[in-house]
Design a protein around this ligand. Structure first.
Ligand code: SF4
Length: 426
C-alpha cells in the first residue's frame, strides 16, 4: 500500500510507461524497419520512466522543472527531475482533457499548452512535487504559468527560479551562472542534502558524449537524401529535454548515429524518397509526432525544428567547479527556443537562414503556435528573409502544436499538400 502511494506521486509516469511498453511490444511483433527512431526513443523512455518510478518508491524527492533549466544541475542531488513540457506533450494531447481542466478552472485559455497540460495533471492530483526549480525562460507566457505548479498543490512546494537576463553579454552570463549556483544551494538547503559534485560532473560528462554524437548526426543530415527519418526530430527533442545528462539519451543517440551512418553509406533515405527538404522554424506537430512519418512517405523531409539543432559545445570538465557551472549557464542561455525567443528577432532569423542554407532546404513550414506571442510576430520577418536571401518559400499554418482540436491533422495535411502543389507543381 505504502509503495503504491509513493509511486502515485508520479501517476502520469505509470501511464506513460504502460502505453510506451504496449507500443514497443506492437513494434516488436511487427518486426518492421520503419519508425526506427521512434522505437529506440520509446525503449529509452521506458527505461527512464521505470527508473524514476523506482526512485519514487524509494521516496526520493521529485523536482518539477522546465525545459529551459539545465537539468544536469539537479544531478547534484538524489532526486527525480520531471520536465513539465514533455509531460504536457506526451499524455492527453489527443483529447485535450488536461487543457480543459485548466481552462475550466479559470487559467487563461490562450496560454501555451506546453505548460497547461501538466498543470491540469497537477490539479487532478496526478503529480506531487517537492520542489519546483526553473529558469525564467523562454517567454513571459510560460514564466507566468510556472508558479501555478506550486499553487495547485495542497501542500505547496517551494518554487526556486534562476533568473536569466535577456542580453547575451558577459555581465548577463556571469549573473545567470551565479543564479544557477544560488538555485543549487537553495535546493540543497530545501532537500537537506549535500551537493554531490561527482554526480553533477558525471551528468555533464554523459551529456558531453551525447552532444558529440548529436553533432555527428547533424553533420550526416547534410547528405542528400537525409539518412535519418524525420521522426528523429521530435524524438531527439523529447530525449534531450526529458533525459538530458542520462545514459538513456546516450543509448538512444548511439543507435541513431549507427543507423544514420549505415543509411548514409548506402546513400538512402530510410522512409520514402526525398523530393523536398524542409525546416520547421517553430515546433513540429507534437500532438502527433508520427505526422513526420507521413511527410517522409510523401517525399518531404523534416530536417530541423526550433528545438532540434544544438549549437552548444561540450563543457570542459578540467576546470574549477564554478567555471563548469559558468559553461553550463552559457549552454542554457543558448538552449533552443530560449536562444531564439529571449534574443533579438535577428537571432531567430539568422539561425533559420543558417539552417536553410547549410542543409540545402527548399521550403520552411512554420507552425504558427496559437499561444506563442514570441514567435508569431516573426512569421512575416522570416518569410521575407528566406525569400530575399535564399529564394525559399515559407508556409505558415495556424495551429496549437499540442492540441488537435485547434487545427486537425487533416487540415494540416491539406495545407501542406496545397502549399507543395502550388509552389513545387512538378
Ligand atoms: S512555444 Fe512560445 S509560448 Fe510556448 S513556451 Fe515556447 S516561446 Fe513560450
Amino acid at each position: 500500500m505504502e509503495t503504491i502511494q509513493k509511486q502515485d506521486r508520479l501517476k502520469p509516469f505509470i501511464l506513460m510507461a504502460q502505453e510506451s511498453q504496449m507500443l514497443v511490444n506492437l513494434m516488436d511483433k511487427a518486426k518492421g524497419t520503419q519508425m526506427v527512431p521512434h522505437y529506440h526513443y520509446m525503449k529509452s523512455l521506458i527505461s527512464y520512466l521505470r527508473e524514476s518510478l523506482d526512485k519514487a518508491e524509494q521516496d526520493l524527492p521529485i523536482i518539477a522543472t522546465n525545459f529551459g533549466f539545465p537539468t544536469e544541475l539537479l544531478y547534484y542531488f538524489e532526486c527525480i527531475p520531471v520536465v513539465m513540457e514533455t509531460v504536457s506533450y506526451t499524455i492527453g494531447t489527443a483529447t485535450g482533457e488536461y487543457y480543459d481542466i485548466m481552462d475550466n478552472w479559470g487559467h487563461p485559455f490562450h496560454t501555451c499548452t506546453s505548460q497547461k497540460g501538466a498543470m491540469g495533471m497537477i490539479l487532478n492530483k496526478l503529480f506531487k512535487f517537492d520542489i519546483v526549480a526553473i529558469s525564467s525562460v523562454p517567454c513571459d507566457n510560460a514564466v507566468a504559468s510556472y508558479p501555478t505548479f506550486k499553487y495547485l498543490q495542497e501542500k505547496a512546494p517551494e518554487i526556486v527560479i534562476a533568473d536569466m537576463p535577456y542580453y547575451r553579454d558577459e555581465r548577463s552570463h556571469e549573473f545567470y551562472a551565479e543564479e544557477l549556483m544560488r538555485v543549487r544551494d537553495k535546493i540543497g538547503e530545501l532537500l537537506g542534502q549535500e551537493a554531490n559534485k561527482e554526480s553533477f560532473k558525471r551528468a555533464i560528462e554523459i551529456e558531453n558524449k551525447n552532444l558529440l554524437m548529436l553533432k555527428e548526426i547533424q553533420e550526416l543530415k547534410k547528405a542528400e537524401p537525409c539518412p535519418i527519418d524525420s521522426v528523429f526530430v521530435p524524438t531527439n527533442v523529447n530525449s534531450n529535454v526529458m533525459f538530458r545528462g542520462r545514459e538513456e539519451r546516450t543509448i538512444f543517440l548511439e543507435e541513431m548515429l549507427k543507423y544514420a551512418k549505415e543509411n548514409y553509406e548506402k546513400g538512402i533515405k530510410p522512409v520514402g524518397k526525398e523530393n523536398l527538404r524542409t525546416i520547421w522554424p517553430n515546433m513540429t506537430i507534437y500532438f502527433d509526432p508520427l505526422y513526420c512519418d507521413y511527410l517522409d512517405k510523401r517525399g518531404i523531409t523534416v530536417l530541423f525544428d526550433v528545438f532540434s539543432y544544438l549549437t552548444a559545445d561540450p563543457i570542459n570538465l578540467n576546470r574549477p567547479e564554478n567555471d563548469i557551472i559558468k559553461q553550463l549557464a552559457w549552454q542554457s542561455m543558448n538552449f533552443p527556443m530560449t536562444r531564439q525567443v529571449q534574443g533579438n528577432a535577428d537571432q531567430f532569423i539568422q539561425d533559420n537562414l543558417f539552417l536553410a542554407k547549410e542543409y540545402n532546404a527548399n521550403a520552411a513550414i512554420f507552425t504558427n503556435h496559437y499561444a506563442c506571442k514570441s514567435l508569431q510576430p516573426m512569421v512575416q520577418l522570416l518569410r521575407e528573409a528566406l525569400r530575399d536571401e535564399l529564394d525559399i518559400p515559407l508556409l505558415s499554418i495556424e495551429v496549437d502544436v499540442g492540441d488537435p482540436r485547434h487545427t486537425s491533422l487533416k487540415t494540416i495535411r491539406r495545407e501542406v499538400n496545397n502549399f507543395i502543389k502550388t509552389i513545387f507543381p512538378s
